[in-house]
Design a protein around this ligand. Structure first.
Ligand SMILES: [Zn+2]
Length: 266
């Protein structure tokens, strides 16, 4: 080996160190790039993308509806509301209801929804589930009083997670209701066999569980096992099968009914 002066050897060592540092830095940044790529792929998950698009599209709809035009798929949520004077036509008293809980004013629903609900209750009873209606149609003023009482006791932020502002409650449509078991409060209903039955079978009668689990970012509400919404049999079957909320359904499903029918043989 040829002899090198000390100065040259030191220079050589310095260069080596520099190169190693540059190499390590290079490795680091490539690992970082990879991590960023994985993160990006996660963010571009198609289901997540579809959800965001559904919400974005929903924002294009008229914001306040004045009168009942018989649309079974009417959308009422935190963005889309009903005017103070919106009163659904064709309201009838629901027979199978919990009379020990709130007044008769809120035991009504639109006749088609009420009829389907009685069929649902009968089917549930045949399998030993005593499900009854707690509240159906709620007039604007009723919701106003209810919401204000929640705000007063729990604060506005908390109230907004489970109660609608007046005009923005689906209950004003006469197409949805809270159901339950006599003597069992709503939150306890979630863990009952009856709630499981409802989740599995409501679609047969044209109903959907309107605020499902893991869809809070779309519906704006936490999971409510007891709040069911009448949409008609075919849409309900489709939404059940594809685990869709009403928001997603309205944005993603074509209007031709045979497309929907084809998909509902379950
Ligand atoms: Zn409800």
């Amino acid at each position: 080996m040829a002899y090198r002066p000390l100065k040259q050897r030191l220079l050589c060592l310095g260069l080596c160190l520099l190169l190693t540092a540059a190499f390590l830095e290079g490795c680091g940044s490539s690992a970082k790039d990879k991590a960023e790529k994985v993160e990006k792929t996660k963010k571009e998950d198609p289901a997540e993308k579809a959800r965001k698009e559904a919400v974005a599209k929903a924002k294009e709809r008229p914001e306040v509806i004045d009168e009942d035009e018989g649309d079974l798929l009417i959308l009422v949520n935190k963005q889309y509301g009903l005017s103070k004077n919106y009163v659904p036509g064709d309201l009838v008293q629901v027979k199978t209801c919990d009379t020990t809980f709130s007044s008769n004013t809120v035991k009504k629903m639109k006749s088609e929804a009420a009829e389907a609900l009685e069929e649902l209750f009968t089917a549930a009873r045949e399998e030993d589930h005593e499900i009854v209606l707690r509240t159906g149609y709620r007039p604007y003023g009723y919701q106003e009083a209810l919401y204000n009482s929640y705000v007063k006791s729990k604060g506005k932020d908390k109230a907004d997670t489970y109660s609608a502002r007046p005009g923005y409650s689906e209950h004003q449509t006469g197409l949805c209701c809270d159901v339950g078991i006599k003597g069992v409060d709503l939150n306890s209903f979630t863990n009952t066999r009856a709630a499981k039955w409802l989740e599995k079978n409501a679609w047969h009668y044209g109903y959907i569980v309107r605020y499902p689990q893991k869809k809070e970012d779309i519906t704006g509400y936490i999971y409510e096992s007891w709040h069911i919404r009448y949409v008609g049999k075919e849409p309900a079957a489709y939404m059940h099968k594809h685990e869709m909320t009403l928001e997603e359904y309205l944005d993603q499903v074509p209007e031709e009914t045979d497309v929907i029918r084809e998909d509902t043989d379950e």
